[in-house]
Write a protein that binds this ligand. Structure first.
Ligand code: ACM
Length: 774
């Protein structure tokens, strides 16, 4: 039914085009669901039906075509249930059906580009290079999976000429904070390839783990790959990739036209390495592998011994990774240890270097020169600009885009991966069921709007922009499903920013192509986020004493239709469409989701019951920072917990929450649910700014103040003693009659040396609310 409707629409568009004798500009009308959108698409007349009897032809000896064909055949079998044989066929070029062919005179001349034609005779893909053929095959797969149906499919006649806007279309994965199995990385590599992304930046070392086996220095992984999680007894967390596993992953990526760029972070983020070999550290002491997220003080020292050590590490890195670019980090290296070390200071003076930032430049340049001697190029985070950009360096801009602008103006190549937009550890909505992550919400729309080339760059400077990259940091992304949730579909938006010509990008058109992509994700078992389409509900009481509410429904994507029920049934494509707030009598249960134009549901069903009790209960969504602002992080119960719930919105600097506009008429008691959370944050120079408050009992209290944090005390609830990270608590107190509507400021006076106070729900009750609840 769904496909019939979609097919009808497409047929009508094509019939109209044929009537007018025109090719249809697919950018202006409904483009086929290819993501990223090709550089040029024109729709023709009619189409080509691909049945289960279809065959993919390649010429004998055309290895690139054969590999692309096999990848296509495998994808089709898994997602469409079509098992098409790949036939080596001397007459391939003159055959109908599906033909994939290397062609040195293909009309698209750009590297990685391809031409794809569909007409009544069949489908033909040609390209000048192997990557182009592969990307042509990916587009062909998307054309053959326009919906969730299985089996035969009709593909519209069209002509595609396509090539990438940028040569660097990247995704970074942090395997140091949390470790992923090789199979999980391969699944991500496949998904990258299917988005025509071609650089996998692999963050392999950090304070919390050294994940790459180095034969010459076995303790890097024997010691450096394992940490002791806070609050978790004697358990160990960790893992590493053997060199055999790395070779396998690099080969797997290469077969999908992805280059793996390894990152060995230096001179900071070095604590795991120093834990393994204290003589390469500054202080001589042996720290544990860090359990603290954030910025930790451990740096490499600047002795020749340490430079040699790192060159030896790079030797093995270069042996494993054929990538031209090798990433050496350079970020967040606070210089306290270098400043405090007589040896480092003496060496700095002996080298005639003026300060620690310049010393970092010297350090990075020693790596850059070494890499250059071996035919490689160094890339580092934008902090490497601080002491004067090392001559050999390319720059990855993460602290916004200024680093990229500065470096490009100085003639260095740059990659844009700015926080917060391209930091996919930021959540993508404020919905209550988002998993842990950073709370600087970055929506699908904000990622789509990302533009890699700043207008501040001249055309010549803009040539230094190699491309764009999304980063998946994993402090709060503990499990593969969470990485997928963070990546998809925002990676679709990133892919379009990195591949599609800037003037061909249209957000509405992108949104219209997503339902088919979601069906592909489901077919491949990818746990994508529906956050842009899920329905959010907000209720407002119409009067305090009576039992009427007005419920507003909204989804981030306002172009899609919300449908809802109020009778406890699941909404379907024929349920009432939402146009204006729903006025209802308590209690009422509302279920809602969004639907694409063809009736496909776009998100999970949101269901919420509204009654006197739920209306007086405030969860994550209602909890803001104090006095008014962002909390910053949404953390799991324990730092390595992999379950979707519970999660806690916290400000690690200040355990204080605000709940706005709480009706207090008739309220007689307050209940708070929360948990003790690990305080595992490297706060560097901000450590002294953590807010400490005087407490009256051993474990501190939760104090509730009216209106402001200095306002009248409404309740003070002693927190249970002996709270260890990962334990939950419930406290309650009676509240004197206040009346009226007030903001609540709730803060913890627990000692800041112990675990952090987490807070998940604040519930107020009154005799009336208890009566109203059946
Ligand atoms: C970074 O986020 N420290 C590159």
């Amino acid at each position: 039914m769904r496909c019939a409707k979609r097919g009808l629409k497409a047929t009508m568009a094509l019939a109209l085009a044929s009537l007018l004798g025109l090719a249809v500009d697919a950018h202006a009308t409904a483009a086929p669901s290819i993501i990223p959108l090709p550089a040029q698409v024109s729709l023709g007349q009619g189409g080509y039906a691909i049945s289960a009897a279809a065959v993919i032809h390649v010429a004998p000896g055309d290895r690139a075509a054969s590999e692309a064909a096999r990848y296509l055949a495998d994808l089709l079998a898994r997602t469409r249930g079509l098992s098409l044989p790949v036939i080596e066929d001397a007459a391939a070029t003159t055959r109908g059906g599906i033909v994939i062919r290397s062609d040195a005179s293909a009309s698209v001349t750009q590297a990685e580009g391809y031409v794809l034609d569909v007409d009544a005779q069949g489908m033909r893909i040609t390209a000048r290079d192997a990557a182009g053929l592969f990307y042509g095959a990916i587009s062909a797969w998307q054309l053959m999976t326009p919906d969730a149906a299985k089996g035969a499919v009709s593909v519209p006649s069209l002509h595609i000429a396509d090539w990438p806007r940028f040569a660097w279309r990247g995704l970074m994965l942090d395997s140091a904070r949390h470790f992923q199995q090789p199979a999980e990385i391969k699944q991500l590599l496949d998904a990258m390839a299917q988005h025509k992304l071609n650089v996998f930046h692999w963050h392999l070392t950090d304070d919390q783990g050294w994940r790459l086996e180095i034969r010459r220095y076995p303790k890097l992984t024997q010691v450096g790959a394992w940490r002791r999680p806070p609050g978790d007894g004697d358990s160990k967390y960790g893992g590493y990739y053997t060199q055999a596993e790395v070779k396998d992953i690099v080969a797997y990526a290469a077969a999908r036209h992805i280059t793996v760029v390894p990152e060995i972070d230096m001179p900071g983020h070095a604590q795991a390495a120093v834990a393994a070999y204290p003589d390469i550290g500054v202080t001589g002491e042996q720290p544990p592998v860090s359990i603290n997220w954030g910025v930790n003080p451990y740096l490499f020292n600047v002795d020749e011994h340490t430079i040699d050590f790192l060159h030896n590490v790079l030797d093995e890195v270069m042996e494993l990774f054929p990538s031209t670019f090798i990433h050496v980090g350079g970020d967040e290296a606070i210089k306290d240890q270098w400043k405090a070390s007589a040896a480092v200071q003496a060496r700095m003076r002996a080298l005639g270097i003026k300060d620690e930032n310049a010393l970092q430049s010297w350090f990075i340049e020693r790596m850059g020169q070494y890499l250059a001697q071996h035919g490689r190029r160094l890339i580092g985070w934008d902090e490497i600009l601080e002491g004067g950009v090392p001559p050999s360096a390319s720059v990855m801009s993460w602290r916004g885009t200024q680093g990229a602008i500065d470096a490009a103006k100085l003639g260095h190549d740059v990659v844009l991966s700015p926080a917060p937009t391209l930091y996919f550890d930021n959540l993508q909505s404020h919905l209550d069921d988002e998993p842990s992550g950073r709370l600087g919400v970055q929506t699908l729309a904000s990622v789509y709007a990302f533009e890699a080339v700043s207008p501040k760059l001249s055309a010549a400077q803009a040539k230094h922009v190699l491309g764009a990259q999304a980063n998946i940091w994993t402090e709060y992304l503990t499990a593969p499903w969470q990485i997928q949730h963070a990546a998809f579909p925002r990676l679709d938006a990133l892919a379009e920013a990195a591949w599609t010509p800037a003037n061909a990008r249209h957000y509405d058109n992108f949104i219209a192509r997503l339902p088919a992509q979601f069906a592909r994700y489901r077919g491949m078992g990818i746990d994508y986020a529906d956050s842009a389409f899920a329905v959010d509900m907000r209720a407002q009481r119409l009067n305090e004493t009576a039992d009427k509410v007005r419920v507003t429904l909204a989804a981030q994507e306002s172009s899609v239709t919300i449908r809802y029920t109020t009778d406890g049934t699941m909404p379907v494509a024929s349920s009432p469409a939402y146009h204006e707030p729903i006025e209802a009598t308590l209690p009422v249960t509302i279920s809602a989701t969004t639907f694409a134009a063809d009736g496909t549901p776009l998100a999970r069903v949101s269901t919420q019951r509204f009654d006197a009790r739920t209306l007086a209960s405030y969860g994550d969504r209602a909890l803001e920072g104090c006095p008014k602002g962002d909390l910053g992080l949404r953390v799991p119960l324990l730092p390595d917990a992999t379950s979707p719930a519970p999660v806690y919105n916290v400000d690690v600097m200040n355990s204080c929450w605000r709940v706005a506009k709480v009706p207090l008429d008739d309220v007689s008691s307050i209940d708070i649910d929360g948990a003790w959370l690990a305080r595992n944050y490297g706060l560097a120079h901000d450590a002294s700014k953590v807010v400490a408050r005087a407490s009256h009992t051993a474990a501190g209290e939760l104090e509730v103040h009216l209106d402001t944090c200095d306002g009248p005390l409404a309740a003070s609830m002693p927190l249970p003693a002996k709270g260890v990270p990962g334990s939950t608590y419930h406290v309650a107190a009676s509240v004197a009659a206040h009346g009226g509507t007030h903001d609540l400021c709730i803060f913890s006076t627990a000692p800041i040396q112990g675990p952090m106070t987490g807070l998940s729900r604040v519930s107020l009750s009154s005799p009336a609310s208890l009566r109203a609840t059946p």
